[in-house]
Design a protein around this ligand. Structure first.
Ligand SMILES: NC(=O)c1ccc[n+]([C@@H]2O[C@H](COP(=O)([O-])OP(=O)(O)OC[C@H]3O[C@@H](n4cnc5c(N)ncnc54)[C@H](O)[C@@H]3O)[C@@H](O)[C@H]2O)c1
Length: 401
């Protein structure tokens, strides 16, 4: 029976899906360090981790049986992706599963900032009855400026519009404007027109320091600012200055340049203690619904990969989408150099087999070809394919019918 190991308290739906696909599943609550992980991976075909367990080149070299790693989270920095690709180990993550959770938090924060909810809440908890409409606004009719119109930015656009906001966005790429949203030609234009600015850009290196004193100064007076994307985008000293001066009326920040490593470590920030500033500990995507969806999504990718060779949305292998087949199937991950396909097909022909179907995709230095043939795969053919100098990994799949 093939084996799967899930660490870091992954939602139980993942174990259920893998079990019903025929895996013997072991689940651990905590993360593992390198040596414990290598020991735990003895005889394991699939590994599921979250952000704390590091899958290093050493781990991959020690456990050649490992076929795939599921990162049951968004980021994959904890995995040596080039080493995994070179070893023919597919890596999958869940890039969309918490999109809705981030969007809902952003909406909640936009309304909370516009009504100065945290200040009202704090005052009342301190026994101060301060009933006043001063500084409180509806969001209906106000202009939201979304920087980064990707998965999160575009979904926020739809929800904000449904609440009556006018939506502007700015993206480096030409994006389809949803609903009545309007694209701005530059970040400067967005900053000058929007009353609430929210950042949803990705973490590419060039975005470091995207937002500093110049950008805050360009924002309209008494506007609101949110960042639920990446901590290193924003100069928090500059944000603090603009809140203290009153130019920015409020801010909601979920991500920080230096986040505490462990639960309970002190959170240090120049934004602590400021009025109408909502600080949350990187929980934009942290909901039970998102955790469930991550479990379902990544386990599904692992099952599809091992059942029929599908690599769609793998973060390190060429992408091929396949269905089950009544034919015998093999997947050949190989160095992307001329002639490999011709040699593999010639070997199939030499064994008197016909190629029923074939799909090829390449990604950088790797090629991935999945071949269906009309009869059982002879052992000598598999030996020949494995012996080709360009072969990185050869996988065979049981007939599905
Ligand atoms: N707070 C959380 O818990 C949480 C959860 C999930 C995602 N995130 C973060 O949210 C961000 C957005 O996620 P997503 O899934 O929508 O990503 P995405 O890749 O779908 O979208 C990012 C968009 O930003 C655009 N972009 C990049 N740099 C830009 C720039 N300088 N100016 C304008 N546009 C720019 C890209 O073209 C892309 O359209 C990411 O940084 C992600 O890490 C945070």
């Amino acid at each position: 029976m093939p084996r799967a190991l899930l660490v870091e308290n992954i939602d139980v739906v993942a174990a259920e899906l893998l079990s019903s696909a025929g895996y013997e599943v072991s689940s651990l609550r905590g993360a593992l360090d390198e040596s414990d992980l290598i020991a735990a991976l003895d005889g394991v075909d699939l590994l599921g981790i979250r952000s704390k367990t590091k899958v290093t080149a050493g781990v991959l070299a020690s456990r050649p049986q490992l076929a795939a790693v599921g990162a049951f989270c968004i980021g994959t920095d904890q995995i040596d992706l080039p080493a995994a690709a070179a070893a023919g180990v597919a890596v999958f993550n869940a890039p969309y599963s918490n999109t809705r959770s981030v969007v809902e938090l952003a909406i909640a924060e936009i309304i909370s900032l516009a009504r100065r909810l945290t200040d009202r809440d704090r005052a009342l908890h301190a026994g101060v009855w301060d009933k006043s409409a001063k500084g409180s606004h509806e969001i209906r009719g106000r202009t939201l400026g979304i920087v980064g119109y990707g998965n999160i930015g575009s979904q926020l656009s739809v929800l904000a519009e449904s609440l009556g906001m006018r939506v502007l966005f700015y993206d480096l790429e030409d994006k389809l404007a949803l609903g009545n949203a309007e694209a701005c030609g530059s970040l400067e234009e967005l900053l000058e027109r929007a009353e609430t600015v929210t950042l949803h850009v990705d973490g590419r290196g060039g975005n470091a320091g995207l937002f500093g004193a110049e950008q805050f100064a360009r924002m309209r007076r008494r506007s609101l600012f949110l960042n639920l994307s990446r901590g290193f985008l924003v100069d928090h000293e500059a944000l603090r200055d603009h809140i203290v001066s009153g130019h920015i009326a409020g801010a909601a920040i979920d991500v920080f340049p230096d986040e505490p490593r462990a639960q309970g470590d002190e959170f240090v920030s120049v934004l602590r203690g400021l009025p109408n500033v909502i600080l949350t500990p990187h929980v934009g995507g942290s909901t039970q619904e998102a955790q469930y969806d991550i479990g379902r999504f990544v386990a599904g990718k692992l099952v599809d990969f091992t059942r029929n060779g599908t690599t769609t949305l793998s973060v390190n292998l060429p992408a091929v989408a396949l269905h089950g087949s009544s034919a015998a199937r093999f997947a050949l991950l190989h160095s992307n150099v001329p002639g490999v396909l011709a040699r593999a097909d010639a070997l199939v022909g030499e064994h008197g087999l016909n190629v029923d179907g074939q799909v090829l995709a390449t990604r950088g230095e790797l090629g991935y070809v999945v071949t269906d043939v009309s009869a059982e795969l002879p052992a000598a053919l598999l030996t020949g394919l494995r012996a080709m100098p360009e072969t990185v990994r050869l996988v065979t799949f049981p007939r599905s019918a």
